[in-house]
Design a protein around this ligand. Structure first.
Ligand code: HEM
Length: 410
């Protein structure tokens, strides 16, 4: 029975605050354009060739979790993946985590759903799983199944990674338009996994910082800039085949690789920087999101064009020039990050930034060269610090109820 049918309630929570309007200090001009908020309560199909939650139009909220596997028994791990898949198939359709429903078990047993989403619709919940490099050590006999593309990331200049909030054997990305629905899903997967996995770290995110479909408006990150303009999108069939989905006949065919980076921003310093400098750093205009020297957001950047002062409109080290495919051997990424604010740091500063996530066919030729160029030259580095890192092989989609996450791997 669906959660909505059981309790007969409407779209409570779907109206949760959305993609964030913008009121910036010196950006005078026409009022902010109405943002199309993508609050869809309809369920996203769980079964398919690829996992949902990758090209699915990015939802507003995130709960990302990385688990360590605490059993050393391969059979227990496979059984967990089976149970998780069955629960995910239900949760994403707006049902309870357990097969019998919260009220269906014996009276003395703990309910098989924690209950906090019982009156909420599916809220476009997607659950996307990935396997970290550490899962391929000796414990489960998977060493020879580790894909070459899951090579450890190199050390990047300037990063300050905190091991306790990095890595993990298995990740689950829960995205939904209602944060309670995303948190409920992660909580129930952790509950089901008790004794077999433990939560290593998790991250909440709000206000998606990317569009993954042309039908979506481009949101803004916490630096106030439109983020996700030149991103791989659902409609880019050819580019997705070339740059997103893993190929070949092995267990990863139809899957993809995820890199996560928690990037803290020194917001207070950024807020004291002039508008002209902020725009020069990104190479885009703050209000419209247009490349400097052009008019509209989706005008392609002209990296050769020079202004009246004879200097290029887009600086040689501007973020969009350094990150552009033409500077990185045609490396494209599907970015799917979220803003985060984890309270404050006790020193009067917001603990805030970007939880960056990017999907791609091979991080060695996509994320790594782009990040290396940014780490070495991006003037944005003065305002940001990478504090956590994750790398995961996300297997292809679950085909039907007889299939489960990672079946081909095991
Ligand atoms: C573009 C912000 C980190 C890769 C952009 C844009 C903004 C932005 C405002 C322009 C709009 C767009 O096309 O999306 C940020 C911020 C970051 C950050 C605030 C850190 C806090 C990164 C990282 C990577 C990356 C770590 C990858 C290693 C890209 C790419 C583009 C882009 C590929 C598109 C460039 C193009 O083709 O025009 N970013 N970014 N960014 N960023 Fe970032």
């Amino acid at each position: 029975m669906s959660r909505r049918k059981l309790f007969g309630l409407g779209a409570a929570g779907v109206a949760a605050a959305g993609a964030g309007g913008l009121a910036t200090r010196s950006l005078v001009g026409e009022p902010p354009a109405a943002l199309a908020v993508d609050h869809v309560s309809t369920p996203v199909p769980f079964y398919g060739e690829h996992q949902a939650g990758i090209v699915t139009p990015a939802q507003d909220r995130l709960h990302f979790v990385a688990f360590d596997v605490v059993t050393d028994k391969r059979a227990e791990l496979v059984e967990l993946l089976r149970e998780w898949t069955a629960a995910a198939a239900r949760l994403t359709q707006g049902r309870e985590a357990g097969a019998s429903g919260a009220a269906g078990g014996p009276p003395e047993a703990a309910p098989d759903d924690t209950g906090e989403a019982l009156d909420l619709p599916a809220s476009a919940l997607t659950l996307t799983v990935g396997f970290g490099p550490s899962l391929f050590d000796d414990r489960f006999g998977l060493a020879d199944r580790r894909p070459a593309a899951l090579a450890d990331l190199p050390k990047f200049p300037g990063e300050h990674l905190v091991p306790e909030i990095s890595g993990g054997d298995i990740c689950v990305q829960a995205c939904a338009h209602d944060p309670q629905v995303a948190v409920h899903a992660v909580r129930n997967l952790a509950r089901i996994g008790f004794g077999r996995v433990s939560v290593r770290w998790s991250q909440l995110g709000f206000g998606r910082t990317s569009s993954t479909s042309r039908a979506q408006s481009t949101p803004r990150n916490l630096m106030g800039f439109k983020d996700g303009t030149n991103n791989l999108k659902l409609e880019d069939d050819r580019l997705l085949r070339e740059h997103l989905w893993a190929r070949g006949g092995d267990w990863m065919a139809g899957g993809t690789y995820l890199v996560t980076r928690k990037i803290r921003m020194t917001i207070e310093t950024w807020d004291r920087t002039s508008l002209a400098e902020q725009e020069a750093i990104f190479g885009r205009d703050k209000r419209a999101g247009a490349p400097l020297g052009r008019k509209a957001e989706f005008d392609p950047p002209d990296f050769a064009a020079k202004g009246p002062d004879g200097k290029p409109y887009i600086a040689p080290d501007a973020h969009i020039r350094l990150a552009h495919p033409s500077s990185n051997g045609d490396a494209h990424l599907l970015r799917r990050g979220y803003n985060y604010v984890d309270g404050s740091d006790g020193l009067g500063r917001l603990d805030a930034g970007l939880f960056f996530m990017a999907y791609q066919r091979d991080p060695r030729t996509q994320f790594v060269p782009v990040q290396m160029a940014l780490a070495k030259r991006d003037p944005l580095n003065e305002y940001i610090k990478h504090v956590s890192s994750g790398l995961f092989a996300c297997p292809p989609g679950v085909r039907d109820a007889g299939d489960h996450w990672g079946r081909a791997l095991f």
